[in-house]
Write a new protein. Structure first.
Length: 463
């Protein structure tokens, strides 16, 4: 399997190099040159597997230059850190299926990809004898998951930017209380979109990227998306076993389009998904795109679901590539237009194709809290605010004719203030969160300025 850029001037990249490259050298995002097509029989066999075995089978379709025994060992090691034997269990509550993706070390869905990516980085660096300085931006969960994926690993430093005072208290503590010498937390005076812009600008400086041996952990790294494809197959198999269904809906709370794009890849591979339901909070650029063809930036609004407080979705370019019939030039032109004008225009034909893949809706702050409250009253089950957005939108847009699976992206204790406001009591605290507020912290507060961040990296990077 070879990889190419959405923008067309980077191609013929093998999986190992794609993982290490992160953002393509032409500024685009890497994608496989072809997507495997699976028969119903193939899918039936895959979805009966235990999670690590399924992950090995799916990932190996895209990682041809990693020896099978090594890949299996990396995957098994990655999911041994999870607290649930199924890794991503499915529970049935109030007529819908909740795919619990929060049983990893930081209690967020990002662990599923970043435990694997951290181990993959360590493996590849050991092979080459090289070192890496990881740069990433987070709206809350990616940062801690990335840090926990590489903390203490040899030949790796990690620099994670988060928007100062715009993540939940637990999210901030999970990052800033990791004081391993190879971890650098940077709180920037701005939004997640500022951090994401800085990452792309720094990776776009190829001389700096090369001299600093930069690597990416944001979902611009294809390996992140690939690892997330697995749980769509896993959840479908568990629900089909319970219901004998022939297809399902997936409701995906998302702001950066990475998690739902993984579902889109699963659908292209043949997984029988009737529609992917895109659920956003009041930062609804993606919902406006799907429902109105309006992809235009606006001011970021703080909400109870801060990991989705995003305007520019970094993985959207990958979907554009397929929407535009894999026309590299059209993608390049679209991204140039977006950079210049902050908006994109679409033809009626484009939107017809979008409607075949997606439904979309959004939830206000109050609707999110009301959903947490109502769901808890009906079932005793506590949703985190992001999952509540997915539940609210998913239930509104489906009628029960096929099963609805909602991705639960974080443990409710990560957003305790919002949960308490909704149900009148604190959510149950996982053991790893207890006492976290008393631990030593380390963090730098910096301006959201590309040159400032480059200067900091230059002083702290592994050379």
């Amino acid at each position: 399997m070879q990889y190419m850029s959405t923008r067309g001037t980077t191609s013929g990249i093998n999986f190992k190099d794609a993982v290490m490259m992160g953002l393509a050298d032409d500024g685009g995002l890497l994608l496989p040159e072809s997507i495997p097509s699976l028969s119903p029989g193939d899918i039936a066999a895959l979805t009966k597997m235990a999670y690590p075995d399924l992950a090995f089978r799916i990932i190996s379709m895209f990682a041809g230059n990693i020896p099978a025994a090594d890949l299996k060992q990396l995957i098994d090691k990655s999911y041994q850190t999870f607290s649930h034997s199924e890794v991503a269990p499915v529970v049935h509550k109030d007529g819908i299926y909740i795919l619990e993706l929060f049983h990893g070390p930081t209690r967020a869905f990002k662990d599923i990809a970043l435990q694997f990516l951290g181990n993959m980085f360590e493996y590849l660096l050991k092979q080459s004898g090289a070192h890496m300085n990881i740069l990433g931006a987070t709206s809350g969960d990616t940062g801690s998951a990335a840090i926990y994926g590489v903390r203490g690993k040899e030949n790796i430093n990690i620099f994670i930017m988060h928007p100062h005072q715009r993540v939940s208290p637990i999210q901030e503590l999970q990052m800033t209380t990791v004081t391993d010498p190879n971890v650098f937390n940077l709180a920037i005076r701005g939004t997640f979109d500022d951090g994401q812009r800085i990452v792309k600008e720094i990776f776009g400086d190829l001389d700096f990227k090369g001299s600093m041996s930069l690597g990416a952990v944001n979902s611009i790294n294809w390996a992140r998306v690939l690892a997330q494809v697995v749980y769509y197959f896993y959840a479908f198999g568990r629900v089909q076993r319970a219901t004998n269904c022939q297809e399902v809906y997936f409701s995906v709370p998302t702001g950066n389009f990475g998690d739902i794009f993984a579902g889109y890849i699963a659908k292209r591979m043949g997984l029988p998904i009737r529609r992917l339901i895109l659920a956003t909070n009041e930062n609804d650029i993606l919902t406006r795109f799907i429902n109105q063809g309006d992809y235009s930036t606006a001011q970021v609004v703080p909400t109870p679901s801060p990991s989705m407080d995003i305007q520019l979705a970094s993985n959207f370019e990958r979907y554009l590539f397929y929407l535009f019939n894999q026309d590299h030039a059209k993608v390049r032109n679209a991204m140039a237009e977006l950079a210049a004008n902050g908006r994109l225009k679409f033809e009626a034909e484009d939107m017809t194709r979008v409607a075949n893949d997606f439904l979309a809706g959004s939830a206000t702050r109050q609707e999110t809290l009301d959903t947490i409250q109502a769901f808890h009253k009906a079932t005793g089950y506590t949703l985190d605010p992001h999952t509540a957005v997915g539940v609210k939108v998913g239930k509104e847009l489906t009628g029960g004719e096929v099963p609805l699976i909602c991705l639960s992206t974080a443990h409710p204790a990560k957003f305790g203030e919002a949960v308490k406001q909704a149900i009148g009591e604190d959510p149950e605290m996982p053991p790893e969160f207890k006492g976290i507020e008393t631990r030593e912290r380390r963090c730098e507060i910096l301006d959201a300025d590309t040159e400032t961040i480059k200067d900091y990296i230059s002083r702290k990077a592994l050379r």
